[in-house]
Design a protein around this ligand. Structure first.
Ligand SMILES: Cc1cc2nc3c(=O)[nH]c(=O)nc-3n(C[C@H](O)[C@H](O)[C@H](O)COP(=O)(O)OP(=O)(O)OC[C@H]3O[C@@H](n4cnc5c(N)ncnc54)[C@H](O)[C@@H]3O)c2cc1C
Length: 420
């Protein structure tokens, strides 16, 4: 093993698959006792889908995801403010996918076990801390009998998410994630297709929002599809909230009353919430951008490096791209500290800007940094004059068109056949 990856989430498994592609022996240690399909709906942007296609996962991804066709913003009073095509419909060469996070993780896990072998993806192994040695790193890792052992590795990657132990060792005084004042409640229920049947719909205003998108094709017999939803409320951030954890199951009574009269032509919000089996709470947290992600032979990746508000379909998408950029750096510099520094030099700035940009967009804005102008007016379109509105639309279309062209023309992150 040349690379030990702490964490078998989206970043860790994509890193393992990338290492395998370029001929770098790698192993993943996952803290959970087994890999299970946890989480709810997420979105993968075309730049991340492109990387999964490069990894040969196109068909499997298509079988678990819904190709997102449009983004729609609707005011609380039901007036449509904005809609635009997404993914292939927007002109990208790759689709955007809405997908169940757990199914995505299981897809990556199956591929990693097939390609690297089951012994390379080990559950029930929590990385606790690390120390540098003369020729690499020693990680302290939990064992099945409740003890811990030292594992030597040339390179350690912290892909261990929001509460990363690797990051805590790198920045001992940092403390926990930072809550910005919004809380998300998430669930799924089957429902008749909304609009295109592949629409990402956001309804609300600055303090209260409801987002919904499908994560399955319509069932052939019933015509219903699994609709993922996120209800969001804003509170005074001084009051504090429970610890940020993606798996906290709560009663819908905690928030559903605030959405009692959210009924629209095609969407009955209270009904969707009521019919959802499990509801998960997530206080919207992030971390201040880190000064560095690399410490000698150790690097952070994915949420461990840049936990951000889950807006604009960025969490999993950026984690996947991180893994690929790191892989390209290995190809260029070998499995070395120089490769880690090159990866950091390419991504630290843009990812930090994204973390802060997501914050500045205001709590709960679903649009992410690239949708900044749109988010600035979302919910308050009447504040804009007709000229400003026209300028915004023209600017926004030009920005999107440039981004689409750039991605479509970009060479593969890792050239076909590249290996070290
Ligand atoms: C259970 C779960 C459910 C989620 N659900 C959603 C969701 O519904 N919507 C959404 O937008 N995002 C969700 N996320 C977050 C989303 O997956 C990430 O933002 C994004 O995919 C980036 O992935 P990542 O691999 O960096 O982090 P994660 O996906 O969080 O993966 C980190 C992995 O590391 C493991 N781990 C943690 N500490 C250690 C350690 N010390 N040693 C070894 N392994 C460790 C964790 O068990 C996890 O498997 C969820 C994350 C998790 C873990």
């Amino acid at each position: 093993m040349n690379v030990l990856v702490a964490g078998g989430g989206i970043a860790g498994l994509t890193t393992a698959l990338t290492c395998h592609q370029i001929g770098v022996p790698a192993a993943v240690y996952e803290a959970a006792p087994e890999l299970r399909p946890l989480g709810l709906g997420i979105n993968l942007q075309p730049n991340a889908v492109r990387e999964l296609v490069e990894l040969g996962l196109e068909e499997e991804l298509a079988s678990i995801g819904v190709q997102t066709r449009e983004l729609v913003l609707i005011r609380r009073d039901g007036v449509e403010v904005w809609s635009e095509p997404r993914g292939l419909d927007a002109g990208y060469r790759w689709p955007q996918y809405s997908v169940h996070r757990g199914e995505l993780e299981m897809m990556l896990y199956r591929a990693a076990v097939r390609r690297l072998g089951p012994e390379a993806i080990v559950a029930g192994r929590r990385v606790l801390r690390y120390e540098h040695t003369l020729d690499g790193v020693v990680a302290e890792v939990t064992t099945a009998d409740g003890g811990a052992e030292q594992v030597a590795t040339p390179i350690l990657l912290g892909a261990d998410g929001l509460h990363s132990a690797v990051r805590a060792r790198m920045f001992p005084g940092e403390g926990g994630p930072r809550w910005g004042g919004s809380v998300l409640w998430r669930g799924t229920a089957s429902s008749a297709p909304l609009r295109t049947g592949a629409s990402f719909v956001v309804i609300g205003d600055a303090n209260q929002r409801f987002t919904t998108f499908p994560i399955s094709a319509p069932d052939e017999s019933t015509g219903l599809q699994v609709q993922n939803w996120i209800a969001e409320l804003r509170f005074d951030s001084n009051r504090g909230w429970r610890r940020g954890d993606w798996n906290t199951c709560v009663s819908a009574d905690e928030f559903a009353g605030s959405f009692d009269d959210w009924r629209f032509d095609e969407l009955d919000v209270p009904d969707l919430i009521r019919r959802s089996e499990d509801v998960f709470e997530y206080p919207m947290v992030d971390r201040d951008p880190a000064a560095h992600w690399v410490h000698g032979s150790v690097a952070l990746i994915g949420d461990a490096a840049h936990a951000m508000y889950p807006l604009g379909s960025n969490g999993a998408s950026q984690a996947i791209v991180d893994a690929r950029v790191l892989g390209a750096a290995f190809v260029e510099h070998g499995v070395t500290r120089a490769a880690l520094r090159s990866y950091e030099a390419q991504l630290l700035g843009p990812r930090s800007a994204l973390v802060l940009g997501n914050r500045n967009l205001g709590p709960g804005s679903i649009l992410g940094i690239t949708d900044q102008r749109c988010a600035a007016v979302f919910g308050r379109p009447d504040d804009l004059s007709a000229d400003e509105w026209h300028d915004f639309i023209t600017d926004w279309r030009a920005t999107s068109a440039a981004a689409i062209e750039r991605l479509n023309a970009a060479p593969p992150t890792i050239p076909a056949g590249a290996s070290i």
